[in-house]
Design a protein around this ligand. Structure first.
Ligand code: CP3
Length: 339
């Protein structure tokens, strides 16, 4: 399987390709299932429907890997935090603003909710038929904590940073809880059948130096240690979005097997890393949306610079809902060199 070979450090003449958020609103068949499911969380916790939407982009485009349909915010939800996804507004959570709020997260229903994700994995794997590996995932503790403390997304992760600076003990306890829960969750996904993992640190780019070490690298490294000690061979991709200035440090200190690179990562920086580990990325989702010559040129630049060494083609961030399906088809032809 090309995706697993690339993660193991093999350079392939045609690189494997999958896209972050490849199951999503740009697909009419996703929108149909999504409407039937009710809420977004209902879809995540329906093994049958989650399996169906996971498989949709594989059937349509033949990507080299599938990714379990779920969300990084399933972890705080399973811990007992109130989480909802409001139409067109993104996620809203009841903020964890203090040690008292943190103590209320009992986690008593966590295994019940995670079991539904494992059940979805159990349905997906046989449908993929041994040709396409399934990726499991979680959010990195820093990124998940930023949503938990802020009550949603924010451009500067202000609430999480203020809690970390004013009440470091509570913030550390929150990161520790996320390390423990996320590690168990990833190990559960592997036991259910996933063949690789990705850890999404979407907000890593707002941290530098000591804070990057303490909030992004250390918790991620601990998850990697725990998962690898339970399941030694599993490849793990780290995606520290916005951190290209610290890629090498992140890769070396977390112990991830491959580095997911965001849209702003220079190809030279990615190519330099390839002597140490495989890289994945990093087409701008807006270029995929725009298509045309601009997309063609960039795809060719990425391929010629990165494909000679261990490489997985992906976007630099999730696919956008407005993306025309023809552009994804065109991308597949370019990467597979059939055009
Ligand atoms: O990649 C995949 O196809 C697997 C599924 C997946 C989803 N979310 C489904 C989803 C994955 C891997 C995620 C990760 C995720 N979720 C991240 C990390 C990656 C990133 O994008 O930075 C983050 C930060 C989240 C939190 C989240 N979930 C936000 C901010 C939103 C709202 C924004 C939006 O696009 O609507 C979501 C909702 C969400 N997660 C959707 C999907 C398909 C859209 C919801 C819908 O269908 O109504």
């Amino acid at each position: 399987m090309p995706f697993l070979e690339a993660l193991a450090g093999k350079a392939l003449s045609t690189p494997p390709i999958w896209l972050m958020r490849q199951a999503g609103r740009y697909l009419p068949e996703y929108r149909e299932v999504r409407a039937k499911a009710g809420s977004f969380l209902d879809l995540c916790y329906s093994p049958e429907l989650a399996a169906e939407v996971t498989l949709q982009p594989i059937r349509r485009f033949g990507f080299d890997a599938a990714i379990v349909f779920s969300d990084i915010l399933v972890v705080p939800h399973a811990l007992g935090q109130h989480v909802e996804f409001l139409e067109g507004e993104g996620p809203k959570l009841k903020p964890v603003a203090s040690g008292k709020d943190l103590a209320k997260l009992s986690g008593k229903d966590a295994s019940k909710r995670f079991d539904l994700v494992y059940e979805a994995i159990g349905r997906i794997v046989p449908e993929l038929g041994g040709q396409t590996p399934l990726i499991g995932f979680c959010g990195a503790p820093w990124t998940v904590a930023s949503y938990m403390v802020g009550g949603g997304g924010s451009p500067d992760q202000r609430a999480a940073k203020l809690l970390a600076y004013r009440d470091p003990a509570t913030f550390k306890a929150l990161l520790d809880l996320l390390v423990e829960t996320s590690s168990d969750y990833l190990i559960g996904q592997i036991k259910a059948g996933v063949r690789a993992l990705q850890i999404f640190d979407s907000w890593a780019g707002s941290l530098a130096d000591d804070d990057f070490g303490a909030f992004s690298i250390e918790p991620t490294a601990e998850i990697v240690r725990r998962v690898k000690s339970a399941c030694p061979g599993i490849p793990i991709i780290g995606f520290p979005r916005g951190s290209s200035a610290s890629f090498e440090r992140y890769a070396m200190e977390t112990g991830v097997d491959a580095l997911g690179c965001d849209t702003a990562a220079p190809l030279d920086a990615m190519a330099a890393l390839q002597s140490r580990l495989p890289v994945q990325g990093n087409l701008d989702p807006l270029l995929l949306l725009a298509g045309g010559d601009a997309m063609d040129r960039r795809v060719k630049a990425i391929l010629s610079r990165l494909s000679p060494k261990p490489f997985v083609f992906n976007l630099g961030h999730g696919i956008l809902p407005e993306t025309p399906i023809e552009n994804v088809e065109r991308l597949m032809r370019l990467v597979r060199a059939v055009d």
